[in-house]
Design a protein around this ligand. Structure first.
Ligand code: DX5
Ligand code: ZN
Length: 209
């Protein structure tokens, strides 16, 4: 299992320090939520923040693009330091172009579905990507409740793609819901509010138990 703490819930005033604490406790990936105020109602941060934190860690930068027409910006996110880029099927008319832009730079490509989007919409792209991201909350905000009905989508993808494919689950993960997600077949676990609290080290260790 890979834990990918989401910095959306971190204290941005001491961001590098908080990332280091998660890394030291055993997290290998870092989940980076980019929001444009258009694809999702919220706005977060973008390339300059990613380029800044790139100097402080070698963790795998797992960039989750919640932006409309991601094909316009994929190159810039790679330049800023992304190791993997996940885009939303609902955000683009050109999923193949997105995958190609990511793969041609040698980076890992991910494709994501919102909770209300059928898993069939990404089915024909699965053998072209490295990861599927199943959203377990409506994208836009941290600290929401895990939507259990997405477990069947995780199960469907795991059955179709076999053991060697990355399936990431994002939203509402805590010490209880993590079991559900992993039982369904997820192997990359995003956690924001469950990691970036007063006890980052203890929280990471407990999720990785
Ligand atoms: C939501 C983001 C998530 C969010 C998860 O749009 O994609 O990554 O940060 O936050 P928690 O773990 O608090 O639900
Ligand atoms: Zn995310």
């Amino acid at each position: 299992m890979i834990l990918s703490p989401s910095i959306l819930a971190a204290d941005f005033g001491i961001l590098a320090e908080q990332i280091k604490r998660a890394e030291t406790a055993g997290a290998k990936w870092l989940h980076i939520d980019v929001m444009d105020g258009h694809f999702v109602p919220n706005i977060s941060f973008a390339m300059p923040v990613i380029a800044s934190i790139r100097k402080y860690t070698d963790m795998f930068f797992d960039v989750h693009l919640m932006i409309t027409e991601p094909e316009r910006y994929i190159r810039e996110f790679i330049k800023a330091g992304a190791d993997g880029i996940t885009f939303h099927i609902e955000a683009t008319k050109k999923p193949l172009e997105c995958i190609e832009l990511i793969k041609k730079e040698g980076k890992s490509a991910g494709i994501s579905v919102k909770p209300g989007t059928a898993v069939e919409t990404i089915e024909k792209y699965l053998d072209k990507v490295d990861m599927a991201l199943v959203m377990s909350v409506e994208p836009g905000y941290g600290g929401q409740k895990y939507i259990e009905s997405v477990n069947s989508k995780i199960r469907y993808i795991r059955e179709k793609m076999g053991a060697d494919f990355n399936i990431e689950v994002d939203g509402g993960i805590d010490n209880k819901t993590i079991d559900m997600a992993m039982d369904a077949g997820a192997n990359v676990i995003v956690a924001g509010t469950a990691v970036f609290n007063d006890d980052i080290e203890g929280s990471v260790k407990e999720l990785l138990r």
